[in-house]
Design a protein around this ligand. Structure first.
Ligand code: ATP
Ligand code: MG
Length: 352
């Protein structure tokens, strides 16, 4: 098949890990007889340096007309002033909005050979295999009013938690569909004892669940979920939640696997190109040293093949190669190994 893939390497280790994933995609292209066209665009700090904005209209247009977008990471100390007018993260928010992606999927898996890298005891980790589905377009991040004003000499700031029923319906529905192909359990996380948006969330979720009699629904308060993710992580199959709860819980769930460097993510809408990126940031402390773990980005490219290009066999081939490489002990420093980015990628290519 032919496909156009936009590469947004971004900042810090972004270019290093995206280059590694491109090598893997090119190997898949050859092995399975596909034709991928890659095109690079700027996002984040490097885009601010080049043009003053974190994502130009032309870069966004290129992404919108592609089959899929593979992103590295944005940000770094150079652009860290939280009060600056243009910030790297603005590029990401604009990209998500421009692509219409509303669901962020993060699988959390514990590789048997890496249980030692996890902060949890091995007996807690047996059977941990979940997908966290985070809502991306609503909630506190986008609700209006969102403002700051002076009132009688004091400064007043407002963020608003806001959801429409259809925004909830589409993401919860995606969670139920995912659960059908897995262990058939959805844990919907909210704060329905306090928040009106959560009460709406629970109502819509019950409604969606009625259409999936084969999938078990469990409602859980977010504070309980935060606790159970570390006390009993194996009980989760698909966890679905709103934007900010998801932001927090996805990071918490991610550390279970041992390294931020390992985990991929996919951001999907109902149609249009998907956005694929590792869950880690730009890791400025190790940028430019060639030692970043490329696996999170390589697994993201497997997701790209699976969800945007519908190339399941090819996606599984990458995942298998990664699993074998991890089991062989060829690991980067974040996992206690001594291999560099190129050596881990070479090893994955060898298996492929
Ligand atoms: P952001 O604000 O962009 O999310 P962050 O500072 O929260 O960034 P990361 O950039 O992900 O978080 O870095 C957190 C720590 O994890 C750093 O010490 C970094 O070196 C390490 N780290 C992140 N990604 C990788 C990777 N791919 N390989 C090795 N180490 C990594
Ligand atoms: Mg972070």
């Amino acid at each position: 098949m032919q496909a156009k893939i936009i590469l947004l390497p971004g900042d810090g280790i972004g270019p290093e890990v995206v280059a590694a994933a491109v090598r893997v995609l090119q190997a898949v292209e050859k092995k399975f007889g596909h034709s991928f066209h890659f095109e690079k665009q700027l996002i984040g700090g490097c885009s601010i340096d080049a043009s003053g904005v974190a994502l130009t209209d032309s870069a966004l247009k290129a992404c919108q007309s592609a089959d899929a977008v593979l992103l590295g990471a944005v940000g770094g100390p150079k652009w860290d002033d939280p009060l600056a007018k243009e910030r790297p993260e603005k590029g990401l928010l604009a990209l998500r909005k421009g692509l219409g992606v509303f669901a962020n999927l993060r699988p959390v898996k514990v590789y048997p050979s890496l249980v030692g890298a996890s902060p949890l005891r091995p007996e807690k980790l047996a059977g941990v295999d979940m997908v966290v589905v985070r809502e991306l377009t609503g909630g506190l991040y986008f609700g209006k009013p969102k403002c700051r004003e002076q009132i009688d000499g004091r400064t007043h700031a407002v963020d608003t938690m806001e959801y429409m029923d259809d925004e909830i319906r589409r993401i919860v529905d995606m969670a139920f569909q995912l659960a059908r192909g897995r262990r058939k359990k959805v844990t919907s996380v909210d704060k329905a004892n306090v928040l009106e948006t959560s009460r709406l969330w629970r109502q819509v979720t019950a409604d969606v669940a009625a259409g999936y009699p084969d999938v078990k629904l469990e409602n859980m308060l977010v504070d309980t979920a935060a606790m159970r993710l570390v006390s009993n992580p194996a009980e989760f199959d698909v966890l679905v939640t709103e934007n900010m709860f998801g932001d927090i819980l996805t990071d918490e769930a991610a550390v279970l696997s041992g390294s931020m460097g390992l985990l991929p993510s996919a951001s999907l809408g109902s149609d249009g190109p998907g956005l694929y990126e590792p869950i880690h940031g730009s890791a400025p402390d190790i940028a430019g040293k060639g030692i970043a773990n490329p696996i999170g980005t390589i697994l993201s490219s497997a997701f790209l093949l699976r969800y945007s290009l519908k190339l399941e066999k090819e996606a599984s081939a990458i995942e298998m190669a990664v699993e074998k490489t991890i089991a062989s002990g060829r690991l980067t420093a974040d996992l206690g190994g001594t291999a560099n980015t190129t050596e881990v990628t070479d090893s994955i290519l060898d298996v492929l």
